[in-house]
Design a protein around this ligand. Structure first.
Ligand code: 0O2
Length: 205
């Protein structure tokens, strides 16, 4: 019996993660062959750490079980893809939606609808069919993957904001929130400018 919150399904989660990595690499290579440009800069995949998953279960009043970690919470397997330009994000979303064996079960466009604090990113929860059992006893099993797609600028902001979130009780909290929001909006404006520059370069080629 495993002590992991993911139980006996941890190995299949690794399989799903590797499978996603391979698909993303294939997409980028194909787009590069077709257009001479990559669709994304880089990506990272992770299985949420035991500690974070257990903490999230407690925060959401869920029992610390494989069912909570694999079904109730949907970000046990996470993929973050970083693109150079905003329109590449939407092209990648279309590529991912075209996967034959995955279904998008949740989608949030925090780019067109930024969060109040300025956070921007495209989020999807995919359900992927795999030839192994899942926690609900199905075979083929269904595993969930959270995909976050952002530009370099959005990622820079999110990383810094995430780090600063943990520094509580600092003076001028309100001012900092407003400043962070201002930075997010300025970066979003830079993203639009960079895309316009790319379009102008392409038009002149
Ligand atoms: P971690 O440590 O990055 O995994 P959920 O929070 O997943 O139960 P929800 O609210 O539907 O459900 O999720 P949503 O809105 O899709 O956001 C989930 C993830 O997006 C977060 O995961 C963060 O990674 C990222 N995110 C969302 N909002 C913000 C934000 O304001 N700032 C930053 N920096 N990241 C954000 P976790 O589990 O919170 O954290």
């Amino acid at each position: 019996m495993s002590d992991s919150i993911y139980g006996e399904y941890r190995e299949t989660m690794e399989y799903v993660m590797q499978n996603m990595e391979a698909r993303l690499s294939t997409i980028n290579n194909r787009v590069f062959r077709e257009t001479g440009e990559h669709l994304y800069e880089h990506f990272s995949c992770r299985i949420k750490s035991e500690e974070s998953m257990r903490e999230k279960c407690r925060r959401k009043n869920l029992p610390e079980t494989p069912h909570s970690a694999l079904v109730e919470l949907k970000d046990g397997i996470g993929v973050r893809v970083i693109c150079s330009f905003v329109d590449d994000i939407y092209k990648l979303v279309d590529e991912i939606k075209a996967f034959g064996d995955c279904e998008v079960i949740r989608e949030k466009d925090y780019i067109r609808h930024a969060k109040e604090n300025g956070y921007r990113s495209y989020h999807m929860i995919l359900s992927m069919e795999v030839p192994f059992p899942d926690v609900e006893g199905r075979r083929p099993g269904i595993y969930l993957v959270e995909v976050q797609i952002r530009t370099i600028a959005m990622d820079t902001w999110a990383s810094l904001e995430h780090r600063m979130k943990y520094k509580k009780n600092i003076p001028s909290q309100q001012l900092l929130v407003a400043e962070l929001k201002r930075c997010a909006d300025e970066l979003a404006s830079c993203d639009i400018s960079m895309q316009t520059i790319r379009e102008l370069i392409r038009a002149g080629e």
